[in-house]
Design a binder for this molecule. Structure first.
Ligand SMILES: [Ca+2]
Length: 235
């Protein structure tokens, strides 16, 4: 994400390059990060874009925005998606909105596909935040089949990244950290096995068990190095 271009966050919605065969939209548009919801019901996804760092330019009233996206749905079902941008002042009050879609089943001629939708204009003066919201509306069937892809919000002026000011930490430092490795037994053979491993289970029950921590490879040597490298520690 550069300072010219802000994209809506994907977040809780499933993303992927493919849909199930029976629901794959027929479009020549190359999908990169398709958004859809799987269960029934409505859903929303929001991202607040802080543009306060370019306030002085916005307040001239000459900063343009361009909101765009590919919106669609499944067959004759009217499951649909709306993309909106809400312009907020420094107190969170709404100064204006712009909306794309929804693309209804009628718009799609009851076929499964995505259609391009765009909106442009000038930011209201005093805009400090742009709330980008994606709203999925369920109509029928066993899944919510509104689709959205290639969502983009572009401003005509650079937006420098806001300066972050982390609060001072009040967490005390550890004087020492001891790590004890025990291996050659499977997790399930130890945790819960109070008959053969009463002490480790007592420790586990009284403290924290990292249930999503996994070995990186076999044999064991790389596992001693991996926790201390400052790379991806999620495995
Ligand atoms: Ca549906």
């Amino acid at each position: 994400m550069d300072h010219h271009r802000r994209r809506a966050e994907r977040g809780v919605l499933r993303r992927g390059r493919r849909l199930p065969d029976q629901e794959r939209p027929r479009t020549s548009h190359p999908r990169q990060e398709l958004l859809r919801r799987r269960a029934t019901g409505n859903a929303g996804l929001n991202q607040n874009v802080d543009v306060s760092s370019t306030a002085s330019v916005i307040d001239t009233g000459q900063v343009g925005y361009h909101l765009s996206g590919w919106l669609g749905g499944y067959a004759s079902q009217n499951d649909r998606v709306t993309l909106s941008g809400t312009f907020l002042d420094g107190s969170g009050h709404t100064l204006g909105t712009t909306t794309l879609g929804p693309v209804t089943n009628t718009d799609r001629a009851n076929t499964t596909k995505l259609l391009s939708r765009t909106a442009s204009g000038n930011l209201p003066t005093r805009t400090r935040t742009i709330k980008v919201a994606l709203a999925f509306t369920w109509s029928g069937g066993s899944t919510t089949d509104g689709y959205a892809d290639d969502l983009s919000l572009t401003l005509s002026t650079p937006v420098p990244a806001p300066v972050l000011s982390p609060p001072p930490s009040t967490v005390p430092r550890y004087d020492h950290v001891f790590v004890v490795y025990m291996e050659n037994e499977n997790y399930k053979d130890i945790i819960g096995n109070t008959a053969q491993a009463p002490h480790i289970n007592k420790l586990a029950n009284a403290n924290t068990v990292l249930t999503q921590s996994y070995a990186t490879s076999h044999p064991s040597d790389p596992n001693y190095v991996w926790p201390w490298q400052r790379a991806d520690c999620t495995g």
